[in-house]
Design a protein around this ligand. Structure first.
Ligand code: NAD
Length: 429
């Protein structure tokens, strides 16, 4: 019998009802917490006296943002330059030394980074190291002061386990399946243009790409011809000859994607060419949630359509899966978009557009749950690579006042202390 199971189940169930989210609930609970401290003042004092016993009066408090020290940045292959440089900017701005480990799969970028980048940076502070899984495993045995990893959830676990050995803090920028809800009020062509562009950009090898569409059966019937229009407009009648459509990074990923083309019903595309590692922009209709294409991040130019009967069913489907990196909702009714936002969780959210939210440096970028932890972009990058050191500078010459905090605690001293600490009623000693 697991002594925690029942409690954890009860709390998870409550969270899923959305009970803790309204501001009113939070305020009530915090007020109640305040009452607990007030009502039980004597018991708590006695308990603290029994256990410990100490007091604090602040003189001057501030946060000092200082560099962690030696940072490791590990990048993936899909945007091999951008995903190396963006975190590097934050790490340098915060004052760290950095070891950069590019992906061995995007080998041309890896080569340029290794050969050229060190010439532009102070080599006593910055280094590019090379290697695949084995070498990176070896690298991770060393102690770093911070690790910033971008890649798959599978390798994210390996990185986090290695970091745990040294209690090294991590940012994990991971992937997953990003749902895209389209309700019946939408103009199908507008949605199709947007989704097709974001899905097939970089041949679908984008972590924030809409991974699958959730819509009604009727909307599916209207979306398929609209998606066909968009694909033809973007890539011509034969997308294989289009200079605007990318290729799959390698044979392994090509084979994996080819295996997914058998899911659902091919409504558009479905062709592939192994010699060129070409997969046509593909739409799969009537896909079941249990099929292979719905089990893993697609990371390719394939778009499954999964039909749902209601907004409730959509929310339920999204919430029983891992929390996504990004979530999209299309509707002409702002209430619908707001409902999807309020009743789900994800690293980021965009209503009536694709991944434009990640182009804004005013918004933090990152995942939640299995899509990652930590945030960066803009000022958030600086904060991520900084240790927010909590500092207190006590004025010298306060000994007379400080004398109050030393035992023995006479009733008079306790009265005075109460008065001194009056403005900090939440200080728990
Ligand atoms: P990956 O996890 O296979 O590799 C990422 C890095 O980890 C590479 O540098 C690789 O050399 C290293 N690595 C691979 N196996 C390892 C091991 N066993 N031990 C230690 N290191 C290892 O990811 P990928 O295939 O390069 O990239 C695709 C994934 O990255 C997708 O899941 C995608 O969603 C995700 N991604 C996320 C973001 C984001 O910002 N959240 C951005 C781009 C890509």
């Amino acid at each position: 019998m697991d002594p925690f199971e029942e409690t954890l189940r009860r709390l998870k169930e409550s969270f899923n009802t959305g009970k803790t989210k309204p501001a009113k609930f939070r305020a009530e609970q915090l007020q109640s917490l305040g009452r607990f401290l007030q009502d039980n003042n004597k018991q708590l004092h006695d308990a603290l006296a029994g256990d410990l016993g100490k007091l604090t009066k602040l003189s001057s408090a501030f946060i000092r943002k200082e560099p962690f020290g030696l940072v490791l940045i590990i990048a993936p292959w899909n945007y091999p330059l951008n995903l190396m440089i963006m975190p590097l900017v934050g790490a340098i701005a915060a004052g760290n030394c950095v070891v950069l480990k590019p992906s061995e799969i995007s080998k041309n970028t890896e080569k340029v980074l290794a050969e050229r980048l060190p010439q532009y940076l102070d080599q006593s502070c910055f280094a590019v190291v090379l290697g695949g899984p084995e070498e990176t495993g070896q690298l991770l045995k060393h102690k770093f002061d911070y690790i910033f990893f971008t890649g798959s959830p599978r390798v994210g676990k390996i990185v986090m386990a290695a970091a745990a050995e040294h209690l090294t803090p991590v940012t994990l920028e991971l992937g997953g399946k990003n749902p895209c809800y389209v309700d019946d009020s939408c103009d199908p062509q507008t949605v199709a243009n947007c989704v097709a562009w974001f899905r097939y950009f970089n041949a679908g090898q984008t972590c924030v790409a809409p991974d699958y569409i959730l819509c009604s059966q009727e909307m599916q019937e209207r979306l398929v011809p609209a998606l066909q229009n968009a694909i033809t407009r973007f890539y011509g009648d034969n997308p294989q000859t289009s200079p605007n459509l990318g290729r799959i990074i390698n044979q392994k990923h090509f084979k994996r994607l080819q295996g997914l083309l058998g899911c659902g019903r091919v409504a558009i595309g479905g062709q592939s060419d192994e010699g060129e590692r070409y997969i046509a922009p593909t739409v799969l209709a009537d896909v079941q949630e249990t099929e292979a294409v719905m089990q893993e991040e697609i990371f390719g130019p394939i778009l499954p359509l999964v039909t749902v009967r209601s907004l409730d069913e959509t929310v339920e489907l999204i919430n029983r899966r891992e929390k996504p990196l990004a979530l999209y909702a299309f509707s002409k009714r702002s209430q619908v978009v707001k409902q999807v936002l309020a009743r789900t969780s994800s690293g980021s959210f965009c209503g009536n557009d694709g991944f434009m939210h990640m182009t804004l440096s005013s918004l933090p970028f990152g995942g939640v749950g299995s899509s990652g932890m930590g945030r960066y972009h803009g000022k958030f990058s600086f904060d991520t690579f900084s240790n927010q050191r909590a500092c207190l500078l006590s004025c010298p010459g306060m000994e007379e006042l400080n004398d109050l905090r030393y035992p023995p605690y006479s009733p008079r001293n306790q009265q005075l202390l109460k008065w001194v600490l009056g403005s900090q009623s939440c200080t728990i000693l």
